[in-house]
Design a protein around this ligand. Structure first.
Ligand code: ATP
Ligand code: MG
Length: 284
């Protein structure tokens, strides 16, 4: 049995999808010139597809799992299970209007013309806000629509906002926040499900490791209680005596979110020689 995974052939999700598999110890040959590839050391076959087609392939069971942006997944409305958020491909689907427009809330869109590649999500947003607007579906270069007189506003993906800015537009309303997710066919054989489980186990270990750092520091023994109080560790911090009398080495794991705050607090509590080391895998 091999697990068939669908990933984007080329584009914004391709490299991170391949890298994620790689971090999970699964080596896949590059698929730029081919549709399919086999992993050397994991029962997996990789299909390289347009991202728009991935939900359909997974719904049909042609691919068992896939990596796709939530924006595409929700637009396509296919029946698949979302297994895990993957933390890359982050962007938002937003409404933008021309810089000179005075946007005063969703009412601004009443009776206007909106260009988008996401008609389903745009319509849903308009309905939820009681707005009647005309949707003009286009497949690319949506940001040009207002300047060429095709639409009054657009609903498109944004990450930094620089594309909007360069096209004389301003982002005024977020419709959906999106990131890449792992999706799965609703029913799978037990054996395939087990392969999914072991992939998921690896993905979680890799992602957890990315969000944490290994911290080593020296502490005078009289500050140990205070310093240990600041460090959660996997269970509790490791404390080892230094060769120099009255000092200890403390090892622990810190989460990225609270990292800088904690480092500062540790320093103020008397910690010295603080080393921060990346963690490759983390199994808890
Ligand atoms: P394909 O040829 O596979 O259909 P595409 O042109 O539709 O590719 P890309 O531009 O490569 O798609 O984007 C793929 C996904 O990356 C998007 O659907 C979205 O989930 C994510 N993404 C992240 N940031 C951005 C961004 N700034 N603009 C567009 N997509 C983004
Ligand atoms: Mg696409």
């Amino acid at each position: 049995m091999v697990l068939k995974i669908a990933i984007q052939k080329s584009g914004r999700l391709h490299d991170d999808s391949i890298q994620l598999l790689k971090d999970c110890g699964i080596d896949v040959k590059n698929g730029y010139n081919q549709l399919k590839s086999v992993a050397d050391n994991f029962p997996m076959e990789v299909y390289f597809l347009r991202d728009d087609d991935i939900p359909q392939y997974v719904e049909d069971g042609v691919a068992h799992i896939g990596i796709v942006g939530e924006n595409v997944l929700f637009e396509k409305k296919k029946s698949v299970d979302v297994v895990e958020q993957l933390g890359f491909g982050k962007c938002r689907l937003s409404i933008a209007v021309q810089k000179a427009d005075h946007y005063n809330g969703v009412e601004f869109l009443q009776g206007k013309k909106l260009a988008t590649s996401y008609p389903v999500l745009t319509q849903k947003f308009l309905n939820e806000n009681g707005i009647n607007a005309e949707i003009h579906e286009i497949s690319g270069s949506v940001e040009l629509a207002p300047s060429i007189g095709l639409a009054d506003a657009i609903c498109d993906l944004v990450s930094s906002g620089s594309t909007l800015f360069m096209n004389g537009l301003q982002e005024v309303q977020m419709v959906l926040k999106s990131e890449a997710v792992l999706i799965k066919a609703i029913t799978l054989d037990t054996e395939l499900q087990e392969i999914v489980n072991s992939l998921l186990f690896r993905i979680r270990a890799v992602r957890k490791a990315k969000n944490n750092k290994y911290v080593l520091l020296n502490a005078p023994n009289h500050s140990l209680d205070k310093i240990i109080g600041l460090l959660p560790g996997m269970k509790s911090p490791t404390v080892l005596p230094l060769a120099e009398e009255g000092w200890s080495s403390v090892h622990s794991v810190l989460n990225e979110d609270e990292f800088w705050e904690k480092i500062e607090a540790l320093k103020n509590a008397g910690a010295q020689g603080i080393l921060v080391v990346p963690i490759e895998k983390m199994i808890v």
